[in-house]
Design a protein around this ligand. Structure first.
Ligand code: NAD
Ligand code: DAU
Length: 349
């Protein structure tokens, strides 16, 4: 059945993989990618599908209420998959207001536009809100985040995402907005902006630069290959139940320092360097303020209800990721010139 779907943030890291999957898998759908093209948005991520007949790009800001309203009038969307966000925890510590505007106000603008456009005609419509496991706060040494874990966000980023999750649920409860929410763990893979751990470290190793490990490096994250996240989003969009939340994770926990050591080994091999070269770049630096100790997702609800599981083992996913960044040095060089240098100096000097 043909549908017109709005995907927000489709020029970013995860969004670009979701757009690609939907454009290629559903030729009968029209996919409208709305993106402001902030520092994190990059149309280079979508070169392979940009001329597809079922793909339209719209440059715009989800915070702009009038513009969002006009977009819903123009396209009569059947669904929204909302990924647009300010997504980097360190930037949220420096500038929380950007996160409140985009992640909270922008989300509420989209909800209002969808509510008004779909009023009395909600059947077959869906607002899919893509969120993060960080809304649950930080775990101790044991335990996993379940869909029922109480919210306890600890950073300005996770607080803004938690707030947006609450608004989505409130619109479901108050106005009958059909919605689903998913909360995912750390993604890795091609096209990730090099402010996040893995692409930043890959780029630094490539350039022989220090690898800034925050604190003691013993913070734990659960890593998922980005294409597996996109596949989960596809399943949940089509088979998820109205009003439900789904956790998505890799069943794949690593302390940062262990993960960095595996990365270093693989990078030495990929670059043909002597073993130990990359590890020699590890430098412990001042910790991130309020740094969450451990995240780990229980993704069994999604696995049991929809048969979704990560398709890649971590070492395989990491090797594919490294190969992509080394084959796409121009992509990296283009985004690490200019403003990135200022960001890097402020964050790490
Ligand atoms: P990203 O920073 O790579 O991309 C965000 C995209 O949103 C960019 O293309 C940017 O231009 C666009 N954008 C930002 N502000 C906008 C605005 N006001 N209007 C329109 N577009 C705007 O982010 P990502 O890592 O791909 O994350 C995507 C979503 O997934 C976010 O909602 C994030 O919270 C969530 N998420 C990310 C991860 C992860 O590990 N990266 C894990 C779980 C959930
Ligand atoms: O858990 C999902 C979240 O994962 C997403 O919602 C966020 O959008 C995404 O950015 C990510 O958040 P993290 O803060 O976990 O990711 P980041 O890559 O910034 O950091 C991963 C870990 O590595 C974290 O413990 C901090 C540490 N780190 C990070 C950087 C950038 C370092 O030690 N040094 C660094 O330079």
């Amino acid at each position: 059945m043909s549908k017109t779907i709005l995907i927000t943030g489709g020029a970013g890291f995860i969004g670009s993989h979701v757009v690609r999957l939907f454009v290629n898998k559903y030729p009968d759908y029209t996919i409208v990618n709305l993106d402001k093209l902030t520092y994190a948005g990059n149309l280079e991520n979508l070169r392979d599908i940009e001329n597809s007949e079922n793909y339209i790009f719209e440059k715009g800001d989800i915070v702009d209420e009038g513009y969002i309203k006009s977009l819903f009038t123009k396209y009569a969307f059947d669904g929204v998959i909302h990924l647009a966000a300010e997504s980097h925890v360190d930037r949220s510590i420096t500038n929380p207001m950007e996160f409140i505007m985009t992640n909270v106000v922008g989300t509420v603008n989209l909800l209002n536009a969808a509510k008004n456009a779909w009023k009395g005609n909600e059947e077959g419509k869906l607002f899919y809100h893509v969120s993060t496991d960080e809304v649950y706060g930080s775990l101790g040494d044991t335990g996993l985040f379940l869909e029922t874990t109480p919210y306890d966000p600890q950073s300005p980023y996770s607080s803004s995402k938690a707030s947006s999750d609450h608004f989505v649920r409130a619109y479901g409860n108050t106005y009958g907005m059909p919605f689903v929410i998913s909360n995912c763990s750390n993604n890795y893979g091609p096209n990730q902006f090099p402010e996040k751990l893995l692409p930043l470290f890959i780029n630094n190793i490539r350039n022989g630069k220090a690898l800034p490990v925050y604190g003691d490096g013993k913070f734990t994250r659960d890593w998922l290959y980005v294409v597996d996240h996109a596949i989960a989003i596809d399943k949940i969009y089509h088979d998820g139940k109205n009003g439900e939340t789904y956790n998505i994770g890799g069943f794949n926990e690593w302390t940062n320092i262990d993960l960095i050591k595996v990365l270093c080994k693989q990078m030495d091999i990929a670059l043909g360097n002597e073993a130990g070269t990359a590890e020699g770049l590890i430098t412990y630096v001042k910790d991130r303020p309020g740094h969450d100790k451990r995240y780990a997702i229980d993704a069994n609800k999604l696995k049991n209800e929809m048969g979704w599981e990560p398709s890649l083992q971590f070492e395989e996913g990491l090797a594919k990721t490294i190969a992509w960044y080394l084959a796409n040095e121009e992509w990296m060089d283009n985004i690490t010139s200019g403003d990135y240098q200022n960001y890097y100096k402020e964050q790490y000097s």
